[in-house]
Design a protein around this ligand. Structure first.
Ligand code: CP
Length: 310
């Protein structure tokens, strides 16, 4: 198996080959063993400095990247837009170039604007990892989701994966579609017509507007939250009506009559897209996703740093 990625940056799943994804997942298997040992740290990135630039809120992704970097013995700098000179009118390139002048090797960036990471990669020398850019892509989320499906079901190939909710505004949905298809899964999306992008048919996914029918089809259901922060108009009458049509509760799940694996990228809006009973059930792998995120991000950082044998 090859040991190098075909890309310099991780800007999105779209630009990865199937071999790249398989390499990241197999490397993550090794790092999962590392982080479950009594000594959870390896010296792999000891002389590397990584800046975590978060221009948008995050809990899981920010902490997960920071932990992954620490487990690899990298030096880290954490930057949050709210406490920075961005508020004084500094441009993105000036901000990042000032940080890079302090000898930073890699940048992990979350930004509200789609394409911000691609733009940065075209203007600076450091390696860029996209930690979520607007409604565009969230590649490490898709990689950890695929890794979690593989861990629970043995393989992603041939599995039927359903993504439910606000597909229109979801970077998780887009990255998951690219990643799952490259790994040989079938993908279906389900949600209100108003939250379904017009281009969705071009992506080779099945589209279903009836949640029960969609659940009857799938092996795995990934429940997304409504991205209210990206909605400038109302796409459905009320959250209550959304929940009535697209919320997953235990009576509905049990009535399907088969064991569906339940996923959610977080943050969860309990009682809206998923009830606590489902989120905390044995069918749910939501906390496994969070745990797997550290190993997957270690794999991404390690491979991008080029610390491999050949
Ligand atoms: N899943 C995810 O990206 O969560 P955060 O927004 O908390 O990072």
């Amino acid at each position: 198996m090859k040991k190098k990625l075909s890309v310099k940056h991780l800007l999105g799943i779209k630009s990865l080959t199937t071999e790249d994804i398989e390499l990241i997942l197999s490397t993550a298997e090794q790092f999962r063993d590392v982080i479950n040992r009594p000594i959870k740290k390896v010296p792999s990135l000891r002389d590397i400095t990584i800046a975590n630039l978060f221009f948008e809120n995050s809990t899981r992704t920010r902490i997960s990247f920071e932990l992954a970097e620490k487990r690899l013995s990298a030096d880290t700098i954490n930057f949050s837009a709210a406490q920075s000179s961005v508020k004084k009118g500094e441009t993105l390139i000036d901000t990042v170039n000032n940080i890079l002048a302090m000898k930073v090797d890699m940048v992990v960036m979350r930004h509200p604007n789609p394409g911000a990471c691609v733009f940065l990669a075209n203007h600076i020398d450091a390696k860029i990892v996209n930690a979520g850019d607007g409604a565009h892509e969230h590649p490490t989320q898709a990689l950890l989701d695929a890794f979690s499906i593989q861990s629970r079901l043995g393989s992603v190939r041939g599995k039927k994966v359903l993504i439910v909710g606000d597909i229109l505004h979801s970077r998780v949905a887009l990255s998951n579609i690219f990643c799952l298809q490259k790994l040989g899964a079938e993908v279906m999306v389900c949600g209100p017509r108003t939250l379904m992008p017009r281009y969705i048919g071009d992506l080779g996914v099945k589209v279903e507007f009836d949640l029960r029918k969609a659940l009857e089809w799938c092996d795995v259901a990934n429940m997304l939250r409504i991205q209210l922060e990206r909605q400038d108009i109302k796409y459905f009458p009320s959250l209550r009506e959304y929940t009535m049509q697209y919320g997953l509760d235990m009576p509905l799940l049990k009535s399907i009559g088969k064991e569906i694996v339940i996923m959610h990228p977080g943050p969860i809006n309990r009682g809206v897209e998923i009830t606590s009973e489902v989120a905390d059930s044995t069918q749910s792998i939501i906390l496994d996703q969070v745990e797997n995120g550290v190993a997957v991000r270690m794999a991404v950082l390690y491979l991008l740093a080029g610390r491999t044998d050949n």
